[in-house]
Design a protein around this ligand. Structure first.
Ligand SMILES: O=C(O)CCC(=O)C(=O)O
Length: 297
């Protein structure tokens, strides 16, 4: 069956039909997928049955894979695959990260100077209720912003900090090695980027890592961020995914934020994910710099 696409949320999220991701894809299908992902930040493929190697090989068609920042979340078999799960091993230790709690709107790796912005999440076990994941269309949100907010945010840099992200995690997820901490000092990224393929402006936001706007005092920076978050998270910009076992959802963190609803901690949820260095030619990839003392003052 040839590749077919079905829009599921305006131009933002698309479902891909006719794919068997466990088999090698031909070049023309691969090219089509790359073009689709450049224009549509969320792609959904249902009813897949993948080994970790197959998930990693498919993901690597879109760019080099990153070895999971949180090494303790990495699969022991294929280290480019991270386990997102509340399950525990025989010694009652978590097998992966991010447990069962609510995850606030975020963009993965916004705290990195050169983030790996692509991600694919594959559902293996799901709770009967909750644990749905939603994505925000930050191109549509920018387009809809009142001119006053556009002018205020244009040309501004946010300061993104992993320490803030950690503070929002629960339990052992809050703890990282001092080496990982040293590798993730606060960084600056523009809050608006122009997409290299579509030419449209897109907000770059992360409510879980942004500690201030460079060049603005804390009160005015926080007030501006709050206004932008409350506008950008309106329901019309959200695609909410009800997971089914076998779903693969791929998303571009350069043009989206995502969040997860909590679920019953006694239920089982197992997801496997990859993280991909998407190319600057086809995607928004922030090219940040270290936050200077001036930016932090
Ligand atoms: O568990 C989920 O559905 C989302 C996990 C998540 O936010 C992530 O992998 O960045």
């Amino acid at each position: 069956m040839p590749l077919e696409t079905r829009p599921i949320k305006n131009g933002f999220a698309h479902e891909l039909l006719g794919l068997r991701l466990w088999e090698p894809l031909d070049d023309s299908t691969t090219d089509k997928l790359r073009e689709l992902w450049a224009r549509h930040p969320v792609l959904v493929v249902r009813r897949q049955a993948l080994s970790e190697r197959e998930l990693a090989d498919f993901s690597a068609l879109f760019g080099p894979l990153e070895r999971v920042v949180r090494t303790e979340w990495a699969s022991p078999a294929v280290p480019e695959v991270g386990l997102i799960s509340n399950l525990k091993d025989g010694q009652a230790q978590p097998i992966g990260g991010l447990g069962d709690g609510e995850l606030q709107w975020h963009s993965d790796q916004s705290y990195m100077m050169h983030p790996a912005t692509g991600a694919a999440l594959y559902a293996l076990e799901l709770p009967p209720k909750g644990g749905t994941t939603s994505w925000l269309d930050l191109a549509a949100a920018y387009a809809g912003l009142p001119d006053r907010l556009k002018q205020l945010v244009e040309g501004r840099n946010g300061v993104f900090s992993y320490v803030k992200r950690l503070a929002g995690y629960q339990g052992v997820d809050r703890v990282i090695s001092s080496e990982a901490k040293r590798n993730t000092p606060p960084v600056l990224h523009p809050l608006v980027h122009t997409h290299p393929v579509t030419g449209i402006n897109v907000l770059y936001l992360d409510s879980t890592t942004t500690i201030r706007i460079a060049g603005m005092d804390d009160a005015s920076g926080c007030a501006l961020l709050d206004e932008i978050y409350s506008f950008a998270t309106r329901p019309e910009f959200v695609y909410r995914h009800e997971w089914q076992v076998g779903d693969v959802v791929m998303w571009d963190n350069g043009a989206t934020m995502h969040r997860r609803e909590p679920f019953d901690p006694t239920a089982r949820r197992l997801m496997k994910r990859t993280t991909i260095f998407l190319s600057r030619e086809s995607h928004i990839v922030p090219d940040g710099c270290l936050a200077s003392e001036e930016a932090m003052a």
